[in-house]
Write a protein that binds this ligand. Sequence first.
Ligand SMILES: [Zn+2]
Length: 404
Amino acid sequence: MRQAGLLLTVIMIVLSPLAAFAAPAPVALDMRIAGDDSVTRIVVEFDRPIDVSHQLLDKPWRLVLDFNKIGYGFSDDVVGDKGLISGLRYGDMGGNHSRIIFQARHPFRIRKMATRAEGESGRYNLVIDLEVTGQEAFEKALDRSLTTSAVVNTAQKRDRLGATREKDRPFTIIIDPGHGGIDDGAKGVGGTLEKDVTLAFAKTLRDALTRETEAQVFMTRDDDVFVALADRTGFARQHEADLFISIHADFLRQHGVRGATVYTISEKASDQVAATVAANENLADSVAGVELPADESDVSDILVDLARRETLGFSVQFARLAISDMKGFARLIKNPHRYAGFRVLKAPDVPSVLIELGYLSNKDDEKLMNENEWRRGVADRLVDAIEKFAALSSRRLAAKSSSD
Ligand SMILES: [Zn+2]
């Protein structure tokens, strides 16, 4: 790849009558991305100095780098899924214009962007530091960079990977691993922490979705950090999510109770177990010492909104699909669709379910939830359910094989 890029540059120079006068196009020889979900550094190494300008694009969040024509010598799989960066595309835009686009998994801001010579090597590094930010801050920065976006729209057709996928906003799923950080959640009979098992499963589900569908997937956390309940629902609303799945594994006094349960929101609990589970889960904020905002609405108020917006109907629909797909693989509790007043399910415009994978108070459930194979199996069933659900919604969620 690197050699091909260089070779191409060499041929261009030889064939161009202006070769003797025009400087050869710089070649991006290598690209490195490092960091995590909050701060990410991108380094692009060029064989000579470059001029670069940049702009931001929304939906999905992207950083666009524009160059005079450059060659591409780095490997295609340099970026899979690193830090804030979830995708890369690059190509020539026609004329003397080349472009590299980084897609981000969260709104971000550019903390630093600089080029520097690398010692005696003659190479130049373009160094970009990105930092996660809120949607509002991103939009402000976006407005400031809009002046050049006309160029993008006319040029996008030439985008190497095609611009068609960008047109429709992809089906967007928020996976919410319960608890985290200071809030361990429940503790299993064998010592498993709920916050760990929910995160492990959420990552498995995210990876399965990313691998098998074109859904846009976000997690409310992908680390051992505390996230307030209101921030979890707020995150889903901010992304205008099509589905919110909160993952839990509670502890019950009745150690014999086991199996997965899918919960939807309701003012009145379906039964005593549901009421207990919701009460436990709603404690998450106070466990972490987080005060509820004064204007925090009651679940009963939210229900009015939910009904009006038909969100609840979609939530119930997904709960049923999830149960019927999980049935053949995972053990389910008796009456596996239950409901109660979960605060984390109250986003009025995002269909939301809370899945208790099992109960950490049951040693068999605890053992299963710690097994990779079991987690993958359940995740695969949920991917099926999500695909069916997406098919019923207006948003496209094509299987990868059918569009690539
Ligand atoms: Zn929980």
